[in-house]
Design a protein around this ligand. Structure first.
Ligand code: HDE
Length: 706
């Protein structure tokens, strides 16, 4: 047998007599068992005769050490897990592309932004921050929004979040922040939540976190799904054009379906009903061809703007309001392919902030500078080898060539004699530098004494927190106050609660007062701010979720509760009308086998009542009939379905026969424009109403049912 290799990265082939076989592809078979099934082998390719029984000495005797198949199988299984990410452990990824609307050659030489209409392949991973891999999706948390662009001039990783600011200003404090946010070390809980002493102790002592805390306590931290949230690069980056001119940039992702979040009570229940709610939503949307889409926006500004801006553009606890620097939409991101293998892609993908391409550069934001060290470092620990960049999900899709070699799990092994540069070999002398083409750092002039200091403007901790709060609609402000009150009520030590409220007095007296009342706390003295607040900042409407509602129902899901005899005509009309506006329908029935409709046909169910609570839907319909209405009205799962939908301000459609259910839940007493009767030929009004997404008056008027 002769083995032939080649140096072009192509797979070696093996010659077995006359036959040439590709080697090591994993999956190709050399023998066939019954039918067309491949033969099960060991990792060495040895065919296995029995995969059910360990080799023993005698029928009831001890297992034998020589059972290499058993030992290899268990050994590999024992090592299946790799360390989960130290933060952002729970995530979900998908493939897609980025497409330019226009050329950005005026501001950047980055190859991916040169040609209108050009597509660049991408992989995106969404995540929560604090919880471990198995934590629920609807934790109150920041969401990661990390994008790997496989450009023609190398991979660019834009590793962002769904909130445009961060808790801290200097990377030195990151381990402290994460220690405080994650489960407490002595007891190992609470999991995936910040509602505990350590977190609030830390942030109350770090007033720079105040702006981010307002975001984290807002509904931004409980998005309806990844498809309905924004993304932000957070830091100020640089774009550099062909002439070497630098322009500052902040990156934004704008969801085409608009912004939407859930309510806290809903989030808690979703976590119980479907802890995978967000990942399932993304998977379902992509697999049904309803590809999620975002627009890439850039805020571009120069040194002069940066100098005049009242805050430091290198401070990651500050944003630049869109009203001051408009977001220019330059392209779109489409996610159109789910992963083939979760581990290989979502788990092994390694984002690094220092993965930039010519034309995109860093600024001196101290948080970004720290990240540039951390990401590369963490990948080595997590993936176990400096060759993590060769894993298919991480490898560039453009040509690459270097003299780095060997190391654990080296799979791309160069052939030939030359492995250094410069060299004087004529043939196969390897890659060379590319002056004028390769990545060049922007030659920023630097001066100043070495020291551990923060720039002066970083000391402003409250101005933009106030601006964020003032930019929210009343219902959003209420949710912020509720969230602070909820979280602080889980904090044992009163001094911590007091310190948080004392800080918040610098943001908004009314907010601080409402939270103090909610805690049964006497209003403490306000903390002395390190720098006086800049007052009179105009509210920024772009910061509100509700102020930017999509006013459409596309991409949303309706749960239709049915019983035997459910009206076919109304159902068909409803389905058609909802499909027309681009939303989905799920049937919730007493048994998963479904029901017999009024026309006598079988209607299969997607969920059994109780397994499909209304928190899983954006709106609900009660398509009931007289015979079963009373039984439904007595069923606790049905009552929860209806009263939760009402409390969560969702649109409810019902047929007249559902009245007993509306009465037993108290909804009948509180009917409003969000509760719509459905009659044949009349479903349009309900579908139109759904586009409002929620009927918030119910919460503002504190109408309660149940
Ligand atoms: Fe991260 N962060 N981070 N981070 N981060 C990680 O890298 C770190 C920060 C963000 O889906 C880690 O591969 C430091 C800001 C996302 O794989 C680690 C600091 C923002 C993801 C790390 C920050 C982020 C991470 C853990 C303070 C928004 C998940 C595992 C200076 C702009 C990426 C890993 C994925 C992951 C370090 C702060 C976003 C340890 C030191 C600010 C989306 O390297």
């Amino acid at each position: 047998m002769a083995e032939h290799t080649n140096g072009n990265g192509r797979r070696p082939t093996v010659q077995y007599g006359e036959e040439t076989v590709e080697r090591g592809a994993g999956g190709e078979t050399h023998q066939v068992a019954d039918g067309d099934q491949p033969v099960l082998t060991t990792r060495q390719g040895t065919p296995i005769v029995d995969d059910q029984n360990t080799l023993t000495a005698g029928e009831r005797g001890p297992a034998l050490l020589e059972d290499f198949h058993f030992r290899e199988k268990i050994f590999h299984f024992d090592h299946e897990r790799i360390p989960e990410r130290v933060v952002h452990a729970r995530g979900f990824g998908a493939h897609g592309y980025f497409e330019n609307y226009e050329s950005l050659a005026d501001v950047t030489r980055a190859d991916l932004f040169q040609r209108p209409g050009e597509q660049t392949p991408v992989f995106v991973r969404f995540s929560t921050v604090a919880g471990s891999k198995g934590s629920p999706d609807l934790a109150r948390d920041v969401r990661g929004f990390a994008t790997k662009f496989y450009t023609r001039e190398g991979n660019w990783d834009l590793v962002g979040n769904n909130i445009p600011v961060f808790f801290i200003q200097d990377a030195m404090k990151f381990p402290d922040l994460i220690h405080a946010a994650k489960e407490e070390p002595d007891r190992g809980f609470p999991q995936a939540q910040t509602a505990h002493d350590n977190f609030w102790d830390f942030v109350s002592l770090m007033p720079e976190s105040t702006h981010m805390l307002l975001w984290a306590m807002s509904d931004r931290a409980i998005p309806r799904s990844f498809r309905f949230m924004e993304g932000f690069g957070v830091h100020t980056f640089r774009l550099v054009n062909e002439a070497g001119r630098s322009t500052f940039v902040k990156f934004h992702w704008k969801p085409v379906l608009g912004l939407q979040s859930v309510m806290w009570n809903e989030a808690v229940k979703i976590n119980g009903a479907d802890p995978d709610f967000h990942r399932r939503d993304l998977w379902d949307a992509i697999t049904r061809g309803d590809f999620p889409e975002w627009e890439l926006g850039v805020q571009l500004f120069d040194e002069e703007f940066a100098d005049e801006f009242p805050f430091d553009v290198l401070d990651a606890t500050k944003l630049i309001p869109e009203e001051d620097v408009p977001v220019r939409r330059v392209g779109r991101l489409v996610l159109n392919r789910v992963v083939d293998n979760f581990f290989a892609e979502t788990e092994q993908v390694a984002f690094c902030t220092q993965h930039v391409v010519p034309g995109i550069d860093f600024t001196n934001d101290p948080l970004l500078q720290g990240r540039n060290f951390s990401y590369l470092d963490t990948q080595l620990k997590r993936l176990g080898s400096p060759n993590f960049t060769d894993l298919p999900i991480n490898a560039p899709k453009c040509p690459f060539a270097h003299f780095q070699q060997d190391g654990h799990m080296a799979a791309r092994n160069p052939v030939g004699r030359v492995n250094y540069e410069p060299n004087s070999w004529e043939d196969g002398s390897g890659p060379r530098e590319a002056p004028g083409v390769g990545f060049e750092s922007f030659p920023e002039e630097l001066a100043g004494a070495k020291g551990r200091v923060r720039p002066e403007l970083f000391a402003d901790h409250y101005s933009q927190a106030k601006q964020f709060y003032d930019s929210q609609e009343p219902i959003e402000q209420k949710h912020i106050a509720d969230a602070f009150t909820f979280e602080l009520s889980k904090v044992d030590r009163p001094a911590i609660r007091e310190r948080v409220v004392a800080n918040l007095r610098n943001v908004d007296e009314e907010l601080a007062g409402t939270i103090a009342d909610g805690l049964g706390l006497e209003l403490p003295e306000a903390t002395e701010p390190a720098r006086p607040r800049v007052d009179g900042l105009a509210p920024s409407p772009a910061l509100s979720i509700l102020g930017n509602g999509p006013e459409e129902f596309r991409g949303r899901q309706v749960g239709i509760l049915v019983c035997d005899g459910a009206d076919n005509v109304v159902l068909d009309e409803l389905r058609d009308a909802l499909t027309e506006v681009g939303s989905q329908v799920e049937i919730v029935a007493p048994v998963i086998g479904g029901v017999l409709t009024s026309s006598g046909s079988v209607l299969g169910a997607d969920q059994k009542i109780g397994g499909g609570p209304s928190v899983l839907y954006d709106a609900v319909v009660l398509l009931l009939c007289d015979e079963e209405a009373d039984t439904f009205a007595d069923d606790p799962a049905v009552r929860d379905f209806v009263s939760d939908a009402f409390q969560h301000c969702k649109m409810i459609g019902y047929t007249a026969a559902a009245m007993p259910v509306l009465e037993s839940t108290g909804v009948a007493r509180a009917m409003d424009a969000g509760v719509v009767e459905l009659e044949a030929g009349e479903v349009g009004r309900f579908v139109q109403q759904c586009a409002q997404l929620r009927y918030w008056d119910r919460e503002l008027d504190t109408v309660s049912v149940g």
